[in-house]
Design a protein around this ligand. Structure first.
Ligand code: ADP
Ligand code: MG
Length: 324
């Protein structure tokens, strides 16, 4: 037996369908988690999930993402702070019956067919999702009679996703569900995750793919070294990241790309300019005061060409937020 199988082995219970009084489906309050080996994996982390929301927990390896998932699943207990899922303890059977999980290191018996895996898990729950709905939601049509051991990496991930859906959960944890999958398979899974949220399910997704967080999440929580670095809509996180990329609190950071004859030393003297990089004919000027920078640039360089002004990508924002 492995983690995916053993945690789901709940049998009977009565199921309540109330969210917490504060409207949150799940919450971590001021959680500290120190493992037995002394590693401080989470340091005063608070996080809540609202009904129908897709929240992406975004952070580099070792940030503490899987620890958050394990605590919310009741697979691990906090050193300090409290975890509430549907207003209750995550280890209660009634709570587990309403949650589904795709753990980061998920495995399933190789000799069982896709159909069998799904039906075994459906059997653990009082009101499972209909078999055909699961197959459709996980994109498993046509491979239902194949054995798990014969599937490709992407197909295996989809079976694990199907297993997470078996109990028709209200709250779904997906721990790096698309890691190692090619972009086409990932996009397919994104569509499936979106459709769950549109049916009122709450999804907590961990990822280190910036694009994934940006395209899927209603809210992104950036975590690094066990602490929440920032939290907001994808647009808010990008602008916060931009500000810290520029080393200032300005939210107007832009990258001005152009062909210019001015030397880097001159450009660095302009108001707001924080960095200058040249590759071939094109110079990228990062500025916290792009309008002022542009005025000086246009005034001093009559040969300026190929002008382009961009907002920093989420990637830059993310790196800025998670680097020292
Ligand atoms: P992520 O999922 O973001 O990569 P994890 O939550 O898995 O991060 O790990 C956070 C930190 O806790 C890391 O330093 C990791 O080595 C450590 N850690 C995770 N699980 C355990 C464990 N069971 N025992 C000891 N240390 C652990
Ligand atoms: Mg992890």
């Amino acid at each position: 037996m492995n983690a995916v199988l053993s945690f789901n082995a709940a049998s009977t219970a009565t199921v309540m369908t109330t969210a917490q009084p504060d409207g949150n489906v799940a919450s971590l309050s001021r959680i500290t988690k120190r493992y037995a080996n002394g590693v401080l994996a989470l340091d005063d982390v608070s996080l809540s999930l609202r009904k129908g929301e897709i929240v992406a927990l975004l952070g580099p390896n070792g940030a503490g993402k899987s620890t958050v998932v394990k605590l919310m699943m009741g697979l691990s207990t906090p050193t300090d702070g409290s975890v509430r899922i549907f207003g209750a303890d995550p280890r209660q059977t009634s709570t587990r019956l309403r949650t589904g999980v795709m753990l980061q290191i998920g495995r399933a018996p190789e000799m069982l067919r896709v159909r069998e895996h799904i039906n075994i898990f459906r059997g653990y729950y009082p009101s499972p999702m209909p078999y055909n709905d699961i197959v459709r939601a996980a994109g498993l049509e046509g491979i239902e009679e194949r054995m798990f051991g014969q599937l490709s990496g992407g197909q295996r991930q989809r079976v694990l996703f199907a297993i997470a859906l078996a109990g028709d959960p209200d709250l779904i944890f997906l721990d790096e569900p698309t890691v190692g999958l090619d972009i086409e398979v990932r996009r397919g899974m994104w569509t499936q995750i979106r459709s769950l949220a549109s049916r009122g399910k709450t999804v907590l997704l961990t990822t280190h793919y910036l694009e994934e967080a940006d395209t899927l999440a209603h809210r992104i929580v950036v975590i690094n070294k066990g602490r929440v670095v920032c939290e907001g809509t994808p647009a808010e996180v990008k602008s916060l990241g931009s500000a810290s990329a520029g080393g200032s609190t300005s939210r107007s950071l832009k990258i001005i790309r152009c062909g210019t004859s001015l030397p880097a030393a001159t450009l660095l003297g302009f108001r707001g300019v924080t960095s200058v990089e040249t590759a071939g004919d094109i110079t990228a000027i990062t500025s916290t005061q792009p309008e002022a920078t542009l005025r000086e640039l246009l005034a001093l360089d009559e040969t300026l060409h190929s002008l382009e002004i961009k907002s920093p990508a989420l990637e830059d924002a993310f790196l800025a937020l998670t680097s020292e």
